[in-house]
Every structure is written in C-alpha cells, then in structure tokens.
Design a protein around this ligand. Structure first.
Ligand SMILES: C=CC1=C(C)c2cc3[nH]c(cc4nc(cc5[nH]c(cc1n2)c(C)c5CCC(=O)O)C(CCC(=O)O)=C4C)c(C)c3C=C
Ligand SMILES: [Fe+2]
Length: 479
C-alpha cells in the first residue's frame, strides 16, 4: 500500500497550529499515517523487540468509573514473528533493552453519559475542551465558566435525547466490545497485546488508561483513535491530552508510540462500509433507485476555514472511496453528503442534514438510505438524531422509504482491518522527547491565579450571556 494513497489534507504546519503542536511524523505504515505527538523525535530512542516464549493469559477487566481499571483486554507476551524483529538502532537504551516486549493498544473515543445524571457533567467536560469551544486567546479564561453555563442550558435537550435511547450512551459498552474484538483479532495474528480504552469526556478517561499503561509497564504503544477521519475536535483533542500527559512523565516520554491519525482510506474500512451499504440497499423494493445519504457529524466552519482542520477534505475523500468501491461492485446509486448535529450560534459545515432531507423530499426523492459516516459505534446521533428526528423529517418531507446503515461496531472485516493497522503501525513507534510545557499550558497549575480567573470569568460570562440578546441567541441554538 503506497504512501500516495494517503490523502490526509493539510501540510504539517497547518496541522500543528490547528491541533496545538500535534505534529505529523514522517512515517507512513501501509495506508495508515503514523504520527507522534511530540516534536524532536530521535531514532536513538527506538527499542528492540525480543520475542518471548512466555505467554500469560490475564483476566479481562471491563473499565469502570472511579478508579476501576479500564483495561478491557490484557495479557503479556511477545509480538509475532510478523511484527518482530524491529531494527535495532545504535542507542544505549536499545542495547540494554532485554525485557520482553509488552504491546499496548490505546483506543481513543469520545465517551458518553451512562445515566441521565451524568449528562450535565459530561457536557461540561465537552464544552470545557478548548478544542470544542475555541475561544480567542484573551478570552480563554472564560472557558470553564462558559462550559458550565452552556452545559446547564444544553442538558435538558441532551437528556431528552439520551432518555429516548434508553437513558444513556451505549458508547462505553460498544467500545469495550471493539477493544476485545481487536485484541482477539491481533491474537489470531499471533500478536499479543493489552487493549486500553481512553475516553475524552467520560469514564474511563484517557488519564485512567494511561495510568494503567504505566502500571502494566507497556513497552510499545499504538494509539488508535476510533474516528475514521481526523478532526481537531476529536482525534486532535484526544492527542492533545496525551501529549500533555506524556511530556510530563519520564517513563511515558521514553515509550515508543505510534499514532494512527486517520484510517478512513484503508481498504478494509472502505470495503466494510460498502458491504453494509450494499446489504441495506437490498432491503428496499427498488435498490437502484435509493439515494445513498451520507450523514457526517459536523464541525464549525471556522475549524476548516481558519484552523485548517482536514476533517472536511477527509470526509469527502472517504465518501469518494466508498462510492468508488460500490461502483466497482456495479452499484451506481446517486449519493449525497450532509452534516448533522450542529450546536450553538455559529456556522457549521454545510449542507446541513435536516435542510438537505427537506430539499430531497421536494425534489421527489422517494427512497433514502442514511449512512452515518464519522463514527464507528451506535450513539445518540445515530439512534436518536438519525433514527428518530431525521427519519420523521424525511417522511414528512415526502420520502416514503427510509433505511439506515448500522454503525460498523464489531463487524469482523472491519475489526480485522483495525488489527492490521495496529500491526502495520508497530514498527514506526518512536519515543517522544521530553519538553516542558509552555506558559500557557502550565498556567492553570497555579491555584491562586486559577481561582481569580475563574471568578472573574464567571462574572464576565454571566454578564455577557445574560444580556437578553446574547442569551436568546444562545438559548435558541441550544434548546
Ligand atoms: C467525528 C465525530 C464527532 C465530531 C467531529 C464532533 C464534534 C463536535 N461535537 C460537539 C458537540 C457535541 N457532541 C456530542 C455528542 C457526540 N459527538 C460525537 C462525535 C463527534 N463530535 C459523538 C459520537 C457523540 C455522542 C456520544 C454519545 O453519548 O453517544 C454532544 C452531546 C450530545 C448532544 O447534546 O447532542 C455535544 C453537545 C461539538 C461542539 C463539536 C465540534 C466542535
Ligand atoms: Fe459531537
């Protein structure tokens, strides 16, 4: 698989700015772009893998909140001959490396509230993320007060959504299942790994996963965000968290790491999506007359136009590849792409899913197959937004026949492909270099300054947001 098939959007400099010093690494393993999230990599820190005959089956722990372990699958042993050996470099470190190799795979995901009680604090974590609400530098001290306010305003609407899908997000359960499936798929390839789940906004948090990785003395780590396409708001945000944790820690900063930045371009993913689409099309009475409607989670337009988020380019590329695969199978349906789930009073990527559905209905489209394409598990936006809200809107707009492609979940061809991506990424794992945080990044550690900022920020946020005009603008968009 050639490097030329990888189209990840933007040149390194723009990505670096966009995702706060998350820099791309040169290495491209198969069709996966491997990245490391800190600068100043040194070949001197690469480690040698040695096969170990010892294999110890370990119990499986399902991650749980509040300090319970989030290793969803683990066992310690050496990689397969297919992965091993790695080239030994000239470093002293590698020469002294004799311990068995313990490979970790860290799955990154968004996380979701497990109960209705979790919804507001989950939303707070989400909106407190500077990669989700990107405030200009002078206003960054408003981040947490704003997050508090927006999460409280948004919570009732979100709760309704989560209540409609059973009272909580299924994300954790599905991600745990995917972790186990990836572990098993790797084991079938004779690669024994521990798989960890690190969520960005809810349990098990990424920080917990990293603590477990440290405890387990993992010696090589592959980071696999469960987002096919890269966005500053998803993969970028999770990598920023990792970057911050890794650079402060002596063990972690020496750990060889490979990050699979985006993988929508992998054949296994594209073919698995095409399989699902083909299968769902067959459920319609006239399959070739069905409009294939790709619905992606949106991001604010400014992410793409100002911050250089490659998400839109990657999404369009992804749809192109899936349609190309379908054409190769003689499936020539019309298709379209729109963006869903916008939040707040700013412009998001267009066209918007709801508006396109209405237009298609007006144009006389009668059969439509919705394909969620930015996420690989069922979640609130598939189960509630697409299956309930958009379905109803489509039927009201004149569409008579509605279908929806399920999320990939644990589809075996897809899981096998992710396992392949891990194997391909292993050789390019590189240790990060330690560097101290910038003034901006270490700012929050001064509790006194933090308290003053929080107080001042809260007052300002409330004054701004409770001015009738601002409040109404926000409220109308959030509720
Ligand atoms: C590729 C996927 C996603 C992108 C890009 C993304 C950006 C993004 N999201 C919000 C705001 C919210 N997202 C919420 C839930 C949510 N988001 C994603 C994925 C992406 N988000 C998923 C999979 C989920 C669902 C998790 C689950 O519990 O099932 C929510 C909460 C739900 C709601 O109230 O609608 C919010 C809010 C922003 C602002 C953003 C880009 C800046
Ligand atoms: Fe989202």
């Amino acid at each position: 698989m050639e490097a030329a098939s990888i189209r990840t959007g933007l040149p390194q400099t723009r990505i670096s700015v966009a995702s706060r010093k998350i820099s791309r690494l040169s290495g491209k393993v198969g069709s996966v772009t491997s990245v490391s999230f800190l600068e100043n990599q040194s070949a001197q820190t690469s480690l040698v893998l040695r096969a170990s005959p010892v294999e110890k089956a370990a119990p499986i722990h399902s991650g749980a909140r509040g300090g319970r372990r989030n290793v969803v699958a683990q066992s310690f042993t050496a990689p397969s001959p297919g992965v091993c050996p790695f080239d030994q470099t000239s470093s002293t470190q590698s020469q002294s490396q004799t311990a068995e190799e313990k490979i970790g795979v860290l799955l990154l995901n968004l996380g979701g509230p497990e109960t209705l009680h979790d919804v507001q604090p989950f939303l707070f974590n989400l909106f407190a993320d500077p990669d989700i609400i990107r405030l200009p530098r002078p206003f960054q001290f408003l981040q947490k007060p704003l997050a508090q306010l927006i999460s409280v305003l948004r919570a009732p609407k979100s709760k309704e959504g989560y209540a409609a899908i059973g009272g909580g997000s299924p994300l954790r359960k599905i991600t745990d299942e995917q972790a186990l499936a990836i572990k098993d798929a790797l084991q079938e390839k004779d690669v024994t790994v521990n798989v960890y789940v690190g969520m960005r906004y809810w349990y098990p948090f990424t920080e917990e996963a990293i603590q477990q990785i440290k405890k387990d003395r993992i010696t090589r780590l592959v980071v696999l965000p469960l987002y096919p396409q890269f966005s500053i708001s998803t993969t970028g945000s999770s990598l920023r968290v990792l970057q911050n944790i890794f650079r402060e820690d002596a063990y972690l900063s020496r750990l060889p790491v490979s990050v699979i930045e985006s993988w929508y371009q992998r054949q296994g993913y594209v073919k698995s999506m095409a399989d699902l689409i083909e299968r769902e099309l067959q459920k319609f009475s006239k399959p070739d007359e069905v409009m294939i409607f790709f619905s992606a989670h949106g991001v604010p337009m400014s992410y793409v136009e100002e911050a250089g988020d490659p998400y839109k380019d990657q999404m369009e590329d992804c749809i192109f590849l899936i349609m190309q695969e379908l054409k190769a199978r003689a499936v020539y349906n019309d298709h379209t792409l729109a963006y869903q789930s916008r939040v707040g009073p700013v412009q998001w990527l267009k066209p918007y899913t709801d508006e396109v559905l209405v237009e298609l209905g007006k144009k006389g489209v009668k059969s439509l197959l919705a394909v969620p394409v930015s996420f690989v598990s069922e979640h609130i936006e598939t189960l509630e937004e697409i299956d309930m809200e958009y379905r109803e809107l489509a039927l009201e707009s004149g569409i008579e026949s509605w279908g929806r492609v399920p999320a990939l979940g644990c589809t075996s061809s897809f899981i096998t492909d992710l396992a392949d991506a891990v194997v391909e990424a292993l050789p390019s794992a590189k240790a990060i270099a330690t560097s101290s945080g910038s003034a901006e990044e270490t700012d929050d550690y001064d509790p006194f300054r933090y308290a003053i900022k929080l107080l001042f920020g809260s007052v300002l946020a409330f004054v701004l947001l409770f001015s009738p005009k601002m409040f109404l603008a926000f409220r109308n968009q959030l509720l």
